[in-house]
Design a protein around this ligand. Structure first.
Ligand code: APR
Length: 312
């Protein structure tokens, strides 16, 4: 019986717990620093079991001992940026949280694979890898799957074509510099470059880059959680079922695409051991330059984070 721990019982974490149980992927432990929230949400989700005809166990807790022997740890713990808070303040706060969560969970589940969701994503995935000292194949950031799903959605809306037939590839960091690759984005195998004019494709790419901000502008007090939770669930599924799906995920680049020592979104094959391989696709000069620019910006944020953590 597989076991997945979701750290952070907020919007993303509780929704991920729901999807993981509803898809019958694993028993779920939902853990949070706040007392009562994970217990209440897990119990509520458990009671949805008979209605949704699934019998996965869901436990809410504040005690890391309950996460023992998890196959996967999904980290969603953190805070969202509040008005008046600088990006560095957010970075410092979430880095301290993620570092503590990574070491607590590792104590009880030394064999686990980590799926990191907390933002700033690529930096938090790097920090999890660095503080757990696990092989990089077992620490994976969730972002490319979400950004690709957003791109798929916008293409589907534009072409009025079933979303299931649309496949997209969004690489790079989970931010303004992400790199949607239209050449590798298809409608049932037909590149979208054959179906849409360049200016239209560019506007869909821009809407994808702004995908998170567009939702925040509606919600005002929170950020997206259904699609982020579904994206983490898709990664969990590919790992637990050893599906070997080819998905864009934040992984440690070790010379791939000419990039080194940074977590960044690249196409990977995801199976039971985590990242089976990073797939090196030939990018054109423009795509490669955009990917490197994105990686450079993540590197700068990693350096900032390291300085901030030293100062804690
Ligand atoms: N240990 C465990 N849980 C913690 C800790 C900690 N040290 N610190 C904070 N949390 C919990 C909070 O108590 C809260 O329940 O993390 C949860 C975060 O939930 P929300 O505030 O609802 O945020 P959410 O929308 O779920 O986003 C979580 O995912 O997509 C990213 O940008 C998003 O970084 C954010 C994260």
């Amino acid at each position: 019986m597989s076991k997945v721990t979701v750290v952070g019982a907020g919007f993303v974490g509780a929704t991920a717990a729901q999807y993981i149980a509803d898809k019958d992927l694993a028993d779920v432990v939902l853990i949070d620093i706040v007392e009562g929230i994970p217990q209440g949400k897990a119990l509520d989700l458990l009671q949805a079991g008979p209605l949704n005809e699934r019998s996965r166990n869901l436990v809410g807790t504040n005690n890391y001992a309950d996460t023992k022997d998890s196959d996967i740890i999904v980290i969603t713990a953190g805070i969202a940026r509040k008005p008046g808070m600088s990006r560095d303040d957010l970075l410092k706060t979430n880095a301290a949280i993620v570092k503590q969560v990574a070491s607590e969970t590792l104590k009880y589940s030394p064999e686990a694979i980590y799926v990191v969701v907390t933002n700033p994503l690529d930096v938090m995935a790097y920090l999890t890898w660095q503080s757990t000292k696990l092989p990089a194949s077992r620490v994976i950031g969730m972002a490319g799957v979400l950004d690709s799903a957003r791109f798929q959605t916008f293409i589907s809306l534009e072409l009025n074509v079933a979303v299931e037939d649309i496949r997209t590839m969004v690489l790079g960091g989970h931010g303004d510099l992400m790199v949607p690759i239209p050449r590798f984005s298809t409608v049932n195998g037909i590149p979208i470059t054959e179906l849409l004019p360049a200016h239209k494709i560019e506007s869909l790419c821009q809407r994808t880059r702004d995908g998170g901000a567009e939702i925040v502008s509606h919600l005002k007090t929170g950020s997206a959680y259904y699609a982020p939770a579904a994206s983490a669930t898709q990664m969990v599924e590919s790992i637990l079922k050893d599906k070997n799906r080819l998905l864009p995920c934040a992984v440690l680049a070790e010379g791939h695409y000419g990039i080194k020592d940074v977590y960044v979104g690249l196409p990977v094959i995801l199976g039971r051991k985590g990242v089976r391989e990073i797939v090196d696709i030939k990018l054109n000069d423009q795509e490669l330059a955009a990917l490197k620019k994105s990686a450079d910006s993540i590197k700068e944020n990693i350096q900032t984070m390291q300085q901030l953590l030293v100062a804690v």
